[in-house]
Design a protein around this ligand. Structure first.
Ligand code: ADP
Ligand code: LRH
Length: 490
């Protein structure tokens, strides 16, 4: 059988990569051709994404891809919730703002004055987080109304990049489901929310299903880079949903834990669960491929390590992620835990100091060095995973015996082992590049060379090795978990 090449561009909140997927009818092989940092830029008091640089990195990826022969298509996935606004001529009105920017502070309560919190959750089924698109739009309305007034179109980041490449302005469904502006059941923009919050209706574009070919590479880009035309496919634009495609399981009921800048822990359902309990636990229903729902908790994730690492670099100490995890592995258990999702850990800043303060205020041992800080983060994340897992189980009424861990974070053996130990379940870790795998697999489905999601998962399972971590010291961790749950997580 003839082999086929497609190009995946995956933008995480910490780094991006261009990877060619080669499919020979049996296995998908990945060839990384470009990896780049995704560093936000603070300017005049606002935290921005460097969107032009990111678009430039797509071009670098495209140029590098030329050495590998014919590339049939390109697919883009990114982190959730952020967007760009276009004017009537299709020009970018402002540089996209980072979800960690402080402009959304207080916007959630403001929204609840206009639309009842319960009704809001019932419609969207989304976890309330200040970073959500809806609260960013409210901030824009308050602080920069002239921009929102001029806007003709809002495009979420993957859709914006697709538009730059193809000229087509559409909204892909999975990324739309991170906005908290979508009706979770009918999968359309919610006019109730848009009208109640007095947002401009016209900026929301047509919603398309993941896997749809939206166009081809624009002629001017082909000319500039010396490329042949290729299809631009709207894959699952939300990185978390691309990653879901790549969970190497044939089970219908499974727990996934996608570990990158964020940790997303949840399960895949045929339809949303929206009830009192899910609202109380603030669990989100996000749209997936094949009309599936991802029922999950957003947990702050390895951001805590990324931002601690940045702080240590500012202090003149540069460690790689691998070194930090090794140091934390060597130091042994530390008797201190934080609620990783405490509000104070969300913005950029001196995370190690904040962790020390947290431990001091809660009367715990105060971690003294880099190794202990990373250990506290990993242990506390694993505690939070267990906490979220129990909430998910309470809502679905199911028990899950293992956890499928995917994403860059599984390169930390310590995190994987602690997750197994503290959750008391087997951890099946892999693939690291789940998001890219899912992106590629969906392009292959769209091109008609893979039949469906189930076959895609089978092919990915055949293409990648997984590592299994069996739970250890369960009794000890059970005891500690109970205490942490009562005193810290509540
Ligand atoms: P995102 O897609 O959100 O940018 P990734 O899935 O690329 O995130 O995961 C990045 C995270 O993976 C880093 O923050 C770091 O914690 C972890 N990581 C990366 N490389 C290693 C490594 N060699 N050892 C341990 N952890 C690592
Ligand atoms: C992870 C992620 C997550 C959230 C966050 C903003 O990269 O996409 O699912 O949406 O970024």
């Amino acid at each position: 059988e003839k082999s086929i090449n497609v190009l995946a561009l995956d933008f995480g909140a910490s780094s991006g990569r261009a990877i060619i997927g080669n499919f020979d009818g049996k296995k998908i092989r990945l060839k990384e051709i470009h990896r780049f940092a995704n560093e936000p830029v603070n300017l005049l008091g606002t935290m921005y994404w460097d969107i032009l640089r990111l678009f430039h990195d797509i071009k670098v990826g495209l140029v590098k891809s030329k050495q590998y022969g014919d590339i049939k298509s390109i697919g883009i996935d990114t982190w959730g919730v952020d967007f760009g606004l276009l004017d009537e001529n299709g020009k970018l009105l402002d540089n996209p703002v980072h979800y960690r920017d402080a402009r959304t502070k207080g916007m959630m309560d403001k929204a609840f004055d206009k639309i009842d919190k319960e009704v809001f959750y019932q419609i969207t089924g989304n976890q309330f987080m200040e970073i959500n698109t809806v609260f960013q739009l409210m901030a824009l309305k308050q602080y920069r109304p002239e921009i929102l007034n001029r806007a003709e179109t809002m495009l979420l980041i993957p859709d914006l990049l697709n538009y730059f490449l193809s000229g087509k302005k559409v909204t892909e469904y999975t990324i739309a489901s991170t906005t908290q502006l979508l009706d979770a059941v009918d999968k359309k923009w919610s006019s109730e929310i848009i009208e109640n919050l007095n947002l401009p209706k016209k900026i929301f574009t047509e919603i398309v299903k993941p896997g749809v070919k939206i166009g081809t590479l624009k002629q001017d880009i082909c000319d500039e880079l010396g490329l042949n035309k290729m299809d631009v496919i709207a894959v699952a634009g939300h990185d978390t949903q691309s990653a879901m495609v790549a969970v190497p399981t044939q089970e219908d009921d499974f727990i996934f834990l996608s570990c990158g800048t964020w940790s997303l822990l949840g399960t895949e359902l045929d339809k949303p669960i929206i009830n009192e309990k899910s609202q109380q636990f603030n669990i989100t229903n996000e749209g997936g491929v094949n009309n599936k729902t991802s029922f999950l908790k957003n947990i702050i994730g390895l951001w805590l390590i990324q931002e601690s690492r940045r702080q240590w670099i500012r202090e003149g100490k540069e460690y790689s992620f691998g070194e930090l995890e090794q140091m934390a592995l060597n130091v042994g258990d530390v008797n201190a835990f934080i609620d990783t999702d405490d509000e104070e850990f969300i913005p950029a800043g001196n995370i190690p100091q904040k962790i020390k303060n947290y431990c001091e205020h809660t009367g715990q041992y105060v971690p003294k060095d880099e190794a202990e800080i990373v250990r506290v983060i990993d242990q506390s994340l694993a505690m939070k995973y267990r906490f979220a897992l129990e909430q998910i189980e309470q809502c679905t009424g199911k028990k899950y015996t293992s956890i499928n861990m995917i994403g860059g974070g599984i390169q930390s053996k310590l995190l994987c082992q602690l997750t197994a130990d503290i959750c008391g379940r087997k951890v099946i870790a892999g693939p690291v590049e789940a998001t890219v795998m899912g992106n590629i697999a969906l392009q292959l489905v769209s091109l008609g060379v893979i039949t469906d999601l189930k076959q895609a998962r089978q092919i990915i399972a055949n293409s990648e090795n997984v590592t299994v971590y069996e739970p250890r010291n369960c009794e000890k961790w059970e005891r500690i978990y109970k205490k942490v749950k009562e005193q810290i997580l509540c």
